[in-house]
Design a protein. Structure first.
Lengths: 77, 286
């Protein structure tokens, strides 16, 4: 699956979260570009990233910073 | 065959424009050009991910680095955009350092000529992992291989860079937090070093146990025959010697495991202190 994430770094929170089927790569890339252009126009410091993982759970394990706060990550050890 | 949409010179000029610190936003045409460039890594990325899956690991792929991260890297390092090796990449988190060694060795076979950056012995501001840059039809794809402990540390460093201070990832930030990250990175390194030594010691112990069993069986068979006293003594001596060696190896394994538990507990105590510090910090901000 492909996941599109718009992430507000200073807040440490997700602004947009969308997912696409593996066959929709082109659509996912177009959506990312659309958001990046919008973020650039607005002048906000958001990270827009496309990730591919076997499942959302797998994504949450390998990219925890998008989904958890610092305390949750610390306590998970 | 992967193809760059434009020439290397045009890519580097784009990099120079993105690097400039300016008030107004980047131009839309520059962002579109950057996007085309990132998309050109698609086939190389696919090839790498396919190979990794065949090795039984399930990577999380980053189809392309975000614009924000590219711009930050251009500003931070004196690097040309066409030289950036982590535009496309993926991450594999493995259970421990023993599996990490095995997996990295298999990647070296799968991608001959790939460059390897081992940040375990020379950490980058505490960050420890192995990065492999595979070249597919001239396009670099970065593979990050982390153990679960190295990964946890990296997530802490990245998240704290987001919400506490962006300089943390590069050695800055509040002293208390810096101290925690430094000590926990060292502690993970010590733990993983023991983990590696312990797995070798356990393997050696298992071989010793098998050999000891063979000696025991052979001794029992030999003692069924009428042997002169001095030969019986010699055989018994060898059995006792083997028993002592096995006991020593068992103790060695036990000592290593005790030390691993001790290190784990030290880190857990430090972790509790850090959570309290974090809560205090949050309280002050509110």
């Amino acid at each position: 699956m492909i996941f599109l994430i718009e992430y507000n770094r200073s807040e440490g929170s997700i602004v947009t979260f969308r997912y696409f089927d593996d066959s929709e790569r082109r659509k996912a890339e177009d959506s990312r570009l659309e958001i990046e252009l919008d973020v650039n126009r607005k002048g906000v410091d958001h990270e827009v990233v496309l990730l591919e993982a076997a499942s959302e759970d797998a994504l949450r394990r390998t990219h925890r910073r998008y989904f958890e706060d610092l305390r949750q990550i610390l306590k998970s050890r | 065959m992967c193809k760059m949409p434009v020439s290397k010179t045009q890519i580097d000029r784009l990099g120079d424009r993105l690097r400039e610190v300016r008030e107004d936003p980047h131009t839309e045409s520059d962002l579109r050009l950057l996007d085309d460039y990132r998309r050109s890594f698609g086939e190389a990325y696919e090839a790498v991910v396919r190979t990794i899956r065949q090795r039984g690991e399930f990577p999380t792929g980053r189809l392309a680095k975000s614009t924000v991260s590219i711009v930050e890297k251009l500003r931070r390092e004196s690097i040309r955009l066409s030289q950036m090796q982590d535009i496309a990449g993926c991450r594999v988190v493995v259970v421990n350092v023993v599996r990490q060694e095995q997996f990295v060795a298999s990647l070296k076979t799968d991608f001959p000529g790939a460059s390897l950056i081992d940040r375990r012995d020379n950490p980058s501001y505490g960050y420890r992992a192995v990065h492999i840059i595979a070249m597919i039809s001239g396009m670099p794809v970065e593979i990050q291989v982390r153990t679960s402990l190295q990964h946890l540390w990296a997530e802490l460093s990245e998240k704290s860079s987001d919400v506490l201070d962006p300089t943390i990832k590069y050695g800055g930030g509040p002293a208390e937090w810096r101290s925690y990250l430094t000590s926990s990175s060292k502690s993970v390194a010590a733990y993983e070093d023991l983990e590696k030594k312990s797995s070798i010691a356990v393997a050696a112990y298992e071989v010793m146990v098998a050999v000891h069993e063979d000696i025991k069986k052979a001794t029992a068979e030999l003692l069924e025959h009428q042997l002169p006293d001095h030969e019986v003594q010699e055989i018994r001596g060898k059995l006792e010697d083997s028993t002592r060696k096995m006991e020593r190896a068992e103790l060695e394994v036990q000592d290593m495991q005790d030390e691993m538990v001790r290190l784990w507990n030290v880190n857990a105590d430090r972790l509790k202190e850090t959570i309290s510090w974090l809560d205090k910090l949050k309280g002050q901000k509110q």
